[in-house]
Design a binder for this molecule. Sequence first.
Ligand code: TLP
Length: 346
Amino acid sequence: MNTQQIFDFRSDTVTHPTEEMLKEIVKAPLGDDVYGDDETVNLLEAKTAELMGKEGALFVPSGTMGNLIAVLAHTTPGQEVILEESCHIYLYEVAGIARIAGVQAKPIKGKDGMILAKDIEGAIRQENIHFPETGLICLENTHNMAGGVVLPLEEMRKVYELAKIKEIPLHIDGARIINAAHHLKVDVKEITQYADSVMFCLSKGLSAPIGSMLVGTKDFIKKARKLRKMLGGGMRQVGIIAAAGLVALRDHSQWMEEDHLNAKKLAFGLNLIDGVRVNLDKVHTNILMADISETGFNAYDLVNRMSEKGLLVNPRNERLIRFVTHRGINNRDVEAAIKIVKEILA
Ligand code: TLP
């Protein structure tokens, strides 16, 4: 029998529900959410709107669907969406915004995941018979591919002010926005104030098994609810999973602090290994990118070697490997991960 222990740093999406979540799932009052009858979902949506400082909230099955609904609600086909060139919506959502929303992405280069107001201003389309209209600006916070970094609030304010002047809506893919608020030690509303709509995931750093939330004005949510139905996301007795989401919102501080600390410890330990480089200043939350180019390994090969020893991670490209900490990872797992990488590279 294979008794090898598995250390799963692939993503914070791999967590299983807490005991408390399982208990609440069993007790949750249910109803048909397409009729608006599910009390547990209604409570989750009300609490989320309050938490995020917006008029309304909508429970959606995934972050990808939440982002797509936001793009569909804010834009009309043929418009252009300004976003950062390595953001999730552009790289990892199967071109849904092009295929389903019928909009064209206008990716622009960011620095540590942030696209600056002056660069956005240059990318906004002027009136010209040849040009599409700019219909939406998207930011991602925390920024996944930039290594879980948190966008500076001051830069976000500048982008939002520009968006208001130009009358272009601003959406935040905030899959891990609560991690961002933890890092900044601010109320999450300090971040969401700079957006017309925000999507965040219950199923990532918050450790719920399924689900994401979309927030915005009452009118936006009304439109979003119908779009969710169109996409097949009307989910009936979905209080079953909303119950876990409510516990996630209540309890996440218990482990999020530790997740961020574990990412820092892991970064520090990996950085001491010959040929492995992690920029410690950029480890803000629960994600880190390790540059292994000086080890002589290709990241894809190294990731395969790691998985043979029970250490699961995702390569980002030939030289970068992403590690993500989460509720299922403790201090000992961090030490084990460092040891495995050391052994392979020895
Ligand atoms: N990210 C996943 C993978 O898809 C890469 C991960 O493991 O990090 N926005 C951001 C910033 C995300 O990181 C993700 C998922 C999503 C949206 C999509 O969420 P889901 O997976 O719920 O559709």
